[in-house]
Design a protein around this ligand. Structure first.
Ligand code: KIV
Length: 285
């Protein structure tokens, strides 16, 4: 059924296109080796609205720790925070598949604990899938969730929740032994049933080897253009921060543009030029 917007001045009715059907987990899985998958993080309703027409996947990343809350790492993020932001992103989108990060501490202990947390995420947000970090040690948990109807997006390589084990956020897979382990981890997670895999911060030959080796789509971040898709933190690619990691390309300078707009606003307020004629209410209309 079509809907219309009515312009009351001209009485002209304009048809509103039917909402695009949301992409599904199988549809993303089938993109292995095909058209690259476009993925960005989103944390709020309005940003989800803006990204949705252009993206295949919106990730409610636990990077909201640093981006939204100014926390030093992703470790303090709670399930309730992920659920609140996840629900907002689902409300702001109708096309992209929404995937929500499982925060540190709510899934590592046991498959059962992971299931309870992931079930809450899907039930309370309306998102289609969860993402969790880790390699072979997490494979039984991935299988447990997938067999019980919870689609899982894996995340290997540089796994920020393991920053204390890794000793920092530097690129992974530089030694042969580490590259072999990350490749084995990727295969373990894919074989356990993950429908896609983020590969973060690894040297390019390893990213290409993983993409070639695993059966599901590989989404790179700081990896290679040869992956099955790419993801970035949206605030990074929009230029909201002065300093960003090497792998980020700034597609805009929003920080600079916001700063300029606010400078103009402040000047107008101080000069009593705002609000102007167009922004005030007359006593009678
Ligand atoms: O939390 C996040 O934003 C992520 C992406 C960087 C992949 O996990």
């Amino acid at each position: 059924m079509s809907t219309y917007t009515l312009d009351t001045a001209t009485s002209r009715a304009t048809p509103v296109p039917a909402p695009m059907k949301r992409l599904t987990v199988p549809a993303i899985r089938e993109r292995k080796g095909g058209e690259p998958i476009v993925m960005l993080t989103a944390y709020t309703m309005r940003m989800a609205q803006l990204l949705d027409p252009h993206c295949d996947v919106l990730l409610v990343g636990d990077s909201l720790a640093q981006v939204i809350y100014g926390l030093p790492s992703t470790l303090p993020v709670t399930l309730d925070m992920m659920i609140a932001h996840g629900a907002a992103v689902v409300r702001g989108s109708h096309h992209a598949l929404v995937v929500i990060d499982m925060p540190f501490g709510c899934y590592e202990e046991s498959p059962e604990a992971a299931f309870r947390a992931a079930a809450r995420v899907l039930a309370e947000t309306g998102a289609a899938a969860v993402k969790l970090e880790g390699g072979a040690a997490m494979a039984p948990t991935v299988r447990f969730l997938v067999e019980r109807g919870i689609p899982v997006f894996g995340h290997v390589g540089l796994t920020p929740q393991a920053v204390n084990m890794l000793g920092g956020y530097g690129a992974r897979g530089r030694s042969e032994a580490e590259a072999e382990k990350i490749l084995a981890d990727s295969n373990a997670i894919a074989d356990a049933g993950a429908f896609a895999l983020v590969v973060e911060g690894v040297v390019e030959p390893l990213a290409l080897a993983i993409t070639e080796s695993v059966s599901c789509p590989v989404i790179g971040i700081g990896a290679s253009a040869g992956c099955d898709g790419q993801v970035l933190v949206v605030d990074d690619m929009l230029g909201m921060f002065e300093r960003t990691p090497r792998f980020v390309k700034k597609f805009d300078d929003l920080a600079g543009r916001i700063s300029a707009a606010v400078e103009t606003y402040a000047r107008d307020v101080r000069a009593r030029e705002f609000p102007g004629e167009g922004q005030i209410y007359a006593p009678k209309n």
